[in-house]
Design a protein around this ligand. Structure first.
Ligand code: NAD
Ligand code: UD1
Length: 356
């Protein structure tokens, strides 16, 4: 009999985590989720259960809660962990750096300690292209110089160092850091997607909220960059492609004693105005925007060389930004208030409604 592999997903109710849980289940993994819901909704996991027709054990808890982690490792035979849980708002990290250091660093340390205690040595970590700072060369390869310009970015750099030190310390750890470029889009079903709790910081969710009428217009941060149209250029990657990379990273985990780092991007740069046009096409109307000053800390251009992930993980992005915009629009238009939009989603609710 073939034993199913079981992964613990921290932050599995979040944007990237929820999409990854879907892909893990489709790939034959069993999944347990721990999330304190500080930036997400329980509804996301119910919807993932509906999409996958699978029951997913869910713990509403902080990853820093050692007792809960012990309970999970004692209850389930976990053989790998994907660690998404973390705070990610750059501006907030500048205003409240200690909250970011406390939360992001402590949760990773607690997780590693509990994994060691239960002899679980395979970990995939959510890192970010932010660790490249303002890149000197494009496209960016994994061996480019690292730097960070804000506390959020520094937590990612520090955690990467922590992980590398842990692998070097012996004990057969195998750890992968995945450096995401700019995740966008949503699952094809339109039932899970990005649901920012506050005013969106990132471009795509902001445009989507303009399209659905929640915001008046997009503010384009600067049109005087050295880019073809003067607006910032980024490497936008469909969240389902990103999710599949996590499955690949578990299936082709490094050998014991190895630490690996991969860029997850498409190698294509897209400007703010190009992205706006792509979204206009997806939603079928023009969207108001205004050019304003540059956002402090922003860089002109950033896109990945994802060759290593293709060579070693057998992964590459297959969805383009037109598809990502269409999928994001499906999610946003069906769920204008995100997960707070009332909809009888999970099976038991549908059955109750049908019997009423
Ligand atoms: P998200 O906020 O939607 O997901 C993170 C999840 O972790 C949320 O559900 C949140 O409630 C949970 N969480 C946070 N701290 C926790 C803790 N201490 N204990 C338990 N749960 C906790 O964000 P996302 O976009 O899905 O990002 C996932 C990961 O990827 C984060 O680590 C983020 O820094 C990283 N990342 C994201 C992006 C991006 O643009 N979305 C880019 C690069 C890296
Ligand atoms: C941001 C984070 C970065 C993180 C990355 C992925 C900041 C300063 N940086 O980077 O740490 O790793 O997301 O999560 O927040 N833009 C507008 N108007 C908007 C929003 C964005 O014009 O309302 C522009 C930006 O100037 C940029 C592009 O759109 O040129 C993309 O912005 P964003 O989605 O915030 O991503 P990053 O800047 O790459």
């Amino acid at each position: 009999m073939v034993m199913k592999r079981r992964a613990l997903v921290t932050g599995g109710a979040g944007y990237i985590g929820s999409h990854t849980v879907v892909e893990l289940v489709h790939a034959g993994f069993e999944v347990v989720v721990v999330d304190n819901l500080c930036n997400s909704s329980r509804e996301a996991v119910y919807r993932v259960e509906d999409i996958t027709k699978t029951s997913i054990p869910f713990y509403e808890a902080d990853v820093r809660d050692q007792e809960v982690l012990d309970e999970i490792f004692e209850t389930y035979h976990i053989d790998s962990v994907i660690h998404f849980a973390g705070l990610k708002a750059v501006g907030e990290s500048v205003e409240n750096p200690l909250r970011y250091y406390r939360s992001n660093l402590d949760s990773t340390m607690t997780l590693l300690e509990r994994m060691a205690a239960y002899d679980v040595k395979t970990l995939v970590f959510s890192s970010s292209a932010t660790v490249y700072g303002d890149p000197q060369h494009l496209p960016i390869t994994e061996n480019a110089p690292l730097s960070a310009t804000n506390p959020y970015g520094r937590t990612k750099l520090m955690i990467e160092q922590m992980l590398e030190d842990t692998v070097r310390s012996g004990g057969d750890w195998n750890i992968t850091s995945l450096r995401y470029f700019n995740p966008i889009g949503a699952h094809k079903s339109g039932r899970i997607g990005e649901d920012p709790h506050d005013i969106p910081n990132n471009l795509l969710p902001y445009i989507a909220q303009v399209a659905v009428g929640l915001r008046e217009r997009l503010h384009v941060y600067g049109s005087d960059y050295e880019t073809p149209d003067g607006t910032g250029v980024r490497d936008y990657i469909h969240v389902v492609d990103l999710a599949k990379a996590h499955v690949a990273a578990l299936k082709r985990a490094p050998h014991p004693g190895e630490y690996k780092v991969y860029n997850l991007g498409t190698s294509h740069g897209t400007s703010v105005l190009e992205m706006l046009k792509a979204f206009e096409k997806a939603c079928g109307r023009s969207l108001p925007y205004k050019i304003v000053g540059r956002r402090p800390g922003d860089i002109a251009t950033c896109y990945a060389d994802p060759t290593l992930a293709h060579l070693e993980l057998g992964w590459k992005a297959v969805h383009d930004i037109a598809e990502a915009c269409a999928d994001a629009w499906r999610w946003q238009s069906r769920n204008p208030e995100g997960y707070a939009t009332s909809e009888p989603m999970h099976a038991d609710v549908e059955i109750l409604a049908a019997n009423a």
